[in-house]
Structure formats: C-alpha cells, structure tokens
Write a protein that binds this ligand. Structure first.
Ligand SMILES: [Zn+2]
Length: 346
C-alpha cells in the first residue's frame, strides 16, 4: 500500500466566515467521514507549518500580504464581495499555504508517495495583489514555486479540476514555460476567465491549457478529457511533480455550480492523476483542496480520492451517478482544443 499523506490542522476551522458557503463545517464533514470510514487510520499525518512572509511573496505583493494581516487585526473585513477575513483568518491562511509546503517536502523526501492538503481558506482565485472568490493566498502557486526554489525542480504541472477557473494560478504562471496549467471548468461562469483561447503568453505560450465546459457536463466527458487531452499534454510536458487544485464543486449536488459529476468521477479523475504521476514523475502527486460546498458530496468525493491514492477501490457513495446526456457540441469543442494545442498529434 503506498504511503499517502494528509495535511490537516484545526486552525483551518478558525477562519470564521459565518453564514457563507465556504465555512468550517466543510472540513468537519470531511474529517468526520474519514474517521467513520476508517480511512483516516490508513493515512500518514503530515504536520502543517506556517508559510513565511517571504514564501507568500513568491506569488503575492508585500503590500497585499500586509493588508490581509491588517484586515485580520481589524477583526472582520470583506476584501471583496465574497471574501471575508476574520480575526484568525491570516493565521489560518499562513498555515494553509504552509501545509502545501510541508506536503511538498514530504512527497519530495519520499516519505509519502502522494499527499492531500485538507486546508482552508482555498487559494486558486487569489491574485498577486488581490483576494478573490473565498481565497486569500494562492496555496498551490506558492507550493509550485517552493518546489522549484527549495527543491530545484524545473518543470511542474498543475491540474485544476475545481468547477471554477483558477484565474490566480493561471496568472501566476501565464508567461512561464516551465509550469503547465491545465484547467477544466464550467464556462461561462465565475470568475469569467478560462476561455480555451487563453493559452499563455511569450515563452509560456502553450503551457496554459483551458478546457471550458458547458453546465451539465458529466462523468463520461471528463473520462474523455483525461484520456484525450490531459494524458497527451502531461506526457509531452514531462513534469517532475504533479500538483492538483482539488475542487469538488463540479458535483451534481453542489449548490454553487451546474455540472453533473459524481463522487465516483472524482475518484476516477484522481486515479488518472495517480497513474500519470507514476508514469511520468515517480508518483509525486500533491492535491490541495479548493471548492466543494455540498457536505455529503465533498466528504465522499475526498474519500474516493484518498482511496484511489491508497490503491483501493472506492466505496460506493450514497449519492450515485447522474445520467447526463453530453452537452451539444462538446465533441467539436474538445477537438478544437486538442487541435489548437497539437494534442491530437502527441
Ligand atoms: Zn470552485
């Protein structure tokens, strides 16, 4: 059985958002499920640490970092229309980012094959100088930079299967040829970015791959995308480590989005990432939690993700699959994306 790390710290519950879809109950639902199912006992705990201000500054401007700390000191400030900072939010966010760094260390030291960071606040919408979409600091982008600067990795791939486009992560690496950013997301939808024509710029042209999908996209289309777009893209890029923005708000039960994915599909997506990581980069795989707002769907989807990382068969979930016909024109869209990126020739 491969060793699978879990990063979790109770401080993540102290980012107090009140009546907000991104709340502490999400993580309590997950840890409760992992305990009840016995999964927790098969995971290796990886202790989170605080990211330093210098590590946050890999991605974020120092004035912005100061402003988040200031907002927490003020005891409750909205940084944008849907992103709240409570008194403990700055400290929780430091440890959410640092949890990713501890996971990078554990994976690259070979202590675990893969690691899942059960953190909040989430990160993939956070921009260099701006909080956005429930996110304060961009946990995954900071982890990518840390893997490169502290461990000497050169090529790192990020797969973002959250239902929203990870605009912050895309922005961090848009001109960088050594970070592949591959995102599936509902489109058009929040935050408005992620058209397939957004492909990177300068030396980074081609290392951003966006797969914008209509509402109602379900399990079968994702299997197709993993096989015909993601697999050739990663084989061509040859990453030295694979990181994933693991958002589960594409589940059909999710209250914020309109996709038709099941918990089983998330298990299949993570199994695909596991297999590609083993084929291409010694199994080195790090997942960090982004969205997912239906507590049952979130808990069982993360359970399925961890089971496949442990090489187990996922336990059937209580929500099942939703039968959804493929959206009109989806095959043409995926063909255009494959052709534009030359993936049909890999
Ligand atoms: Zn999301």
């Amino acid at each position: 059985m491969p060793a699978v790390g879990l990063v979790y710290d109770p401080i993540y519950l102290e980012h107090d958002t009140g009546h907000h879809p991104e709340n502490a109950i999400r993580l309590q639902a997950v840890t409760g499920h992992l305990e009840e199912s016995g999964l927790m006992a098969r995971l290796r705990s990886v202790a989170a640490r605080d990211a330093t201000v210098d590590e946050l500054a890999y991605i974020h401007e120092s004035d912005y970092i100061d402003s988040v700390r200031w907002a927490a000191g003020r005891g409750g400030v909205w940084l944008d229309a849907d992103t709240f900072v409570s008194p403990r939010s700055y400290d929780a966010a430091l440890r959410a980012a640092g949890g990713g760094l501890a996971a990078v260390d554990a994976v690259l030291a070979g202590e675990v094959e893969s690691a899942f960071c059960l953190v909040r606040p989430p990160g993939h919408h956070a921009m260099p100088a701006r909080a956005m979409g429930f996110c304060l600091f961009n946990n995954i982008a900071i982890a990518v930079e840390y893997a490169r600067r502290s461990h000497g990795l050169r090529r790192v791939a990020v797969v973002d299967f959250d239902v929203h486009h990870g605009n912050g992560t895309q922005a961090a690496f848009y001109a960088d040829p050594d970070v592949l950013y591959f995102s599936t997301h509902e489109y058009p939808f929040y935050p408005g970015t992620g058209h397939w024509r957004e492909m990177g710029q300068g030396a980074g042209l081609g290392t951003t791959i966006n797969v914008p999908l209509p509402a109602g996209t379900g399990d079968g289309i994702f299997a197709h995308i993993w096989k015909d777009l993601l697999t050739p893209a990663l084989r061509r890029f040859e990453p030295q480590m694979l990181l994933a923005s693991a958002g589960y708000d594409g589940h059909f039960a999710d209250p914020l989005a309109g996709m038709a994915l099941s918990c089983a599909s998330f298990g299949e997506q993570v199994a695909g990432l596991r297999d590609l990581a083993r084929e291409l980069c010694g199994g080195r795989l790090l997942l960090t939690l982004e969205g997912g707002y239906d507590f049952t769907a979130l808990a069982w989807s993360i359970g399925a993700s961890l089971e496949v990382l442990l090489d187990e068969q996922p336990t059937p979930d209580p929500l099942g699959r939703r039968d959804s016909p493929p959206p009109v024109g989806i095959d043409d869209l995926l063909s255009v994306i494959a052709g534009t990126h030359g993936l049909d020739r890999v």
